[in-house]
Each structure stands twice: as structure tokens, then as C-alpha cells.
Write a protein that binds this ligand. Structure first.
Ligand code: ZN
Length: 482
């Protein structure tokens, strides 16, 4: 499988010349060459991308430290991106949609009188103010499908706060079974070290649900073995509110509208922080490429569409809404989708989504053609002597709706809550044994939480891939499976 950079350039020469001859575009003053992806990429500077991150940090600072969808910080982020795009000549579409905004009000758990850290699950029902005090019960720790069958919760669970291990089935299934058995609260203990952040998948009723760490789960089971009558007090309260947010969509005015190269990044942060690495970085990288493409002032073979998604952090809602809004013909117009969700992680890897599944078996079918998109990035990195690694199509970002709709996808990722390995340190430097982003989804995901070298490498890779794909008459090789 070969990506035909040289042939693309020749085709653009013909296209541009034809358009100039037809009087459709003016001859750019002093322009003697056609757009070259490598020089286009080198034109993207850290300073320009950083300017967008500084603006998003200012916005978060002015709006309570968050840019979460459904909050004024998100709306201001949208205004910033839209303003720059419109100044550069784009028509920008705001696609509004409704969603359930959640915010933690209280999360405390007492075992007897001793506090244990608990994190309320997204979409959890709330306890009364002050919480509920009830006997504690723990389901057997050795059940291979813990809390996944209704019968796991017998009559002894009624009226208790029940503890169940993570694993095999969705948190929402465990919560539903616990609720049906009459539990007044359900706590899921992690099955790996560290705290447990979970979602019930959507607003539900019944028992309030939270996550506790594996260590606390083990300790709690030991305490219950010694004292089966031990009571617990659980105070889990969450604001759940219907709100409206939006995606931003912009497309180049030129290029074949039936062969659209699409780029996307989620613009929202979590409620807990300003979201500068996650995902100010991806948003800024895509924005700078959009601006550079407009300033280039030359038509490309294919149209390029840019998206900034809302409510990714609430379950990929904006991108799923967008894909669902397209009919078959509109879906078929999208040649490929490139996703950028965290491209400046402080303890970074340079990750390319593993479309050919050479390292990771994807949990979903990856559409044919995705390998070609992956190779645009890997060829670029190989050509510039930049090491890279595969990163998994894990279903944790906005490519999901696109690949489910059969649209080829790829993208870049510098890592979130996974721990950096010695092998990765050998390739990229940094620190083994701590996460790629130690401030993932935290208040400290601020301007200081961005590695400028990773930001530059990836911003340039976005620009390179965009122009390469935009100028290639047949960017996907569907006959070769890599
Ligand atoms: Zn993200």
C-alpha cells in the first residue's frame, strides 16, 4: 500500500491550472508552486497553536475553571473557534443538541465512622441530603461475573449498601440488578489499582452508585468478615439537568464535496478542569490547520471539513449526534475521518490509531481504508525520523460513531490515563510508571500540563495529513489490507 504524494501534487497542478484558466480562481500573486504537504506542515508553529491554548485557558479562568459542554466556558470556547474560522473566510455551522449535564454535588462514604474515598458514577440517582445509613453487604469477590446476573443479588441485599466488584458487565447492569433487589446504594470496587471513575451510561433511577478503589474494596471486605453488622453511610448527590450544547462544523468552499476529508476534535472539557491537554490541544491543532488551509488560498482536489465536538466527555454525544444526522448519501461523501483527542500529553507517546490492528485487536470492526489513513501519519513520521507507536481504537473517542457508520478513520493520541512503559521512555523520553497525562480529567489539566514538543510534532502531522489527503484524488487504497 503506497500513499501517492507525488502523483497528488501533479493532479493538484492540473486542477489549479484548470481553475485559473476557467477564471474560477485568481492566480495567487507570486505563486509558482502547488501546495506541498511537507512545507505546509512546517508552516505550523508552536507559537500559533499555543496562542489558542492560552485563549482556552483564559476562557476557563473566566468561567469557573471549566469549559464543559452546557457551561458558559464551553460557549465561550465555541465563540473563540468560530470567530477565528469566520475571520479566515469559513461559513461555520453550529449544530445544537440536547443532553443531560451532570455535576457532582456530594460524594462521601463512611464505613462505621471512617471516611473512604468514593466517586459518584455519572448519571447516578442521588441520595437524600446527608446520605443514607444502612448495613453493608459485599457480594463474593470470587464470582467470575460479579453482579452481572440478577440472582447475584439475593434477598439479603434489600435495604443495604451493597459492594460488588468491577468487571465483565456494565456498571449500569450491576446498578440495575442491585436496585431490583432493593439495595439503597451500590458501590463498585475497582479490579485494578486506583480509584474507579464510572458511568451508568445514561440517566437511571434506583440505587445511587459510586466507585471505590480496589485497595478500599479489599479492606472493606476484610472489615465485613470480622464484623458483618458494620453499617455504612453513603452520601452521593449529583446534579442531572437537561441542557443544550453544540458542535461546530466548517468546510472549505472548494474541493470535491463528494470526497470530503474530515477532521475532528472535541472542544469540551470535563466539569472538573479547564481541559487544556484534553482536549484544548486537539482543538487547537485542528483549528490551526483550518486557518492555514484558508490562508493558503489554493483549492484542493477534495473538500476538507472540520468539526469541534460538544459533550464528548458525556459519552461522545456530539459526534454521535452528528453522524446520526447524516443520511446515507451524506455519509458516503466522507472519505475518511481523522480524530485528535489529546496531542500534547506531558508524559507523551506519539500514538497513531492502529487501523491495521498490528498491535491491538480493535473491539469493533475498523472500516477498510483506515489503514491508508494510518499510513499517511506513519509514513510522515518515518520520513521525519520521528518514532511512533500504535494506539488502540478503544471506543473512547469521537471516531467511534464514524467507524460504526463504516467510515474509515485514523488519528493521533499522546496518551491519557495509561501508565508509560520503559519501552515508551526509550522512544520518547519521559517517566516510566506514571500516566501519560498525570492530570487527566483533573483541575491541573492547565497550560502547564502540555508538552510543547509533542504539540508541535502532532500539529504538523495534522497539517501534513490534511493537505496530503485533500490533494490526493484517491486517498484510500481499498484493495490492500496492509
Ligand atoms: Zn478527550
Amino acid at each position: 500500500m503506497t500513499f501517492r504524494t507525488r502523483r497528488s501534487t501533479l493532479v493538484v497542478a492540473t486542477t489549479s491550472a484548470a481553475l485559473v484558466a476557467a477564471g474560477l480562481v485568481a492566480t495567487p500573486a507570486g505563486a509558482t508552486t502547488d501546495p506541498d504537504p511537507s512545507s505546509f506542515a512546517s508552516g505550523v508553529t508552536t507559537k500559533e497553536v499555543l496562542r489558542h491554548l492560552e485563549a482556552l485557558q483564559d476562557i476557563a479562568d473566566e468561567h469557573g475553571g471549566t469549559r464543559a459542554s452546557g457551561t458558559p466556558g464551553y460557549d465561550a470556547s465555541g465563540d473563540y473557534v468560530q470567530g477565528l474560522l469566520e475571520d479566515a473566510g469559513y461559513d461555520v455551522e453550529r449544530q445544537p443538541f440536547d443532553f443531560v449535564h451532570t455535576e457532582t454535588i456530594a460524594a462521601t462514604f463512611l464505613v462505621g465512622a471512617a471516611p473512604v474515598e468514593v466517586i459518584v458514577m455519572e448519571y447516578s440517582p442521588s441520595t437524600a441530603e446527608g446520605g443514607v445509613t444502612a448495613p453493608l453487604r459485599a457480594l463474593p469477590a470470587d464470582d467470575p461475573t460479579p453482579g452481572c446476573e440478577p440472582t447475584d443479588f439475593d434477598g439479603s441485599v434489600a435495604g443495604t449498601i451493597v459492594v460488588v466488584s468491577r468487571g465483565v458487565c456494565a456498571f449500569g447492569d450491576k446498578q440495575a440488578h442491585a436496585t431490583a433487589a432493593g439495595a439503597v446504594g451500590v458501590l463498585v470496587s475497582n479490579n485494578e489499582p486506583g480509584p474507579l471513575v464510572g458511568t451508568l451510561g445514561g440517566p437511571v433511577e434506583g440505587a445511587p452508585a459510586g466507585g471505590i478503589s480496589q485497595e478500599d474494596g479489599v479492606a472493606l471486605r476484610a472489615q465485613l468478615a470480622a464484623d458483618p453488622a458494620l453499617p455504612g453511610t453513603l452520601d452521593l448527590r449529583q446534579l442531572r439537568e437537561n441542557r443544550t450544547t453544540f458542535n461546530l462544523i466548517a468546510q472549505t468552499p472548494h474541493g470535491d464535496p463528494d470526497n470530503v476529508v474530515m477532521l475532528g476534535a472535541h472542544l469540551d472539557s470535563v466539569v472538573e478542569g479547564p481541559g487544556i491537554n484534553d482536549n484544548g490541544t486537539g482543538s487547537a491543532g485542528v483549528l490551526q490547520t483550518a486557518l492555514e488551509l484558508a490562508w493558503l488560498g489554493q483549492p484542493t482536489q477534495n473538500a476538507v471539513r472540520f468539526a469541534w465536538w460538544g459533550a464528548e466527555e458525556s459519552g461522545l454525544l456530539g459526534s454521535l449526534e452528528y453522524v446520526a444526522s447524516l443520511d446515507e448519501a451524506q455519509l458516503a461523501q466522507i472519505t475518511g475521518y481523522l480524530n485528535f483527542d489529546m496531542i500534547g500529553s506531558p508524559n507523551y507517546v506519539i500514538g497513531v490509531y492502529d487501523a491495521d490492528q498490528s498491535t491491538y485487536q480493535a473491539p469493533v470492526a475498523v472500516p477498510p481504508g483506515s489503514e491508508s489513513l494510518e499510513q499517511v501519519f506513519t509514513d510522515y513520521f518515518d520520513g521525519t525520523g520521528q518514532p511512533w507507536v500504535d494506539t488502540e481504537f478503544s471506543g473512547r473517542s469521537d471516531y467511534q460513531g464514524f467507524i460504526e457508520a463504516g467510515i474509515p478513520a485514523s488519528g493521533l493520541f499522546t496518551g491519557a490515563d495509561d501508565v508509560k512503559t520503559e519501552e515508551e521512555v526509550a522512544l520518547f523520553g519521559g517517566t516510566a510508571g506514571i500516566p501519560h497525562d498525570p492530570n487527566y480529567h483533573a483541575a491541573a489539566d492547565d497550560l502547564a500540563n502540555v508538552d510543547l514538543k509533542a504539540l508541535k510534532i502532532n500539529s504538523r502531522a495534522i497539517a501534513f495529513a490534511t493537505l496530503s489527503l485533500a490533494t490526493d484524488p484517491s486517498p484510500l487504497d481499498l484493495t490492500d489490507n496492509g
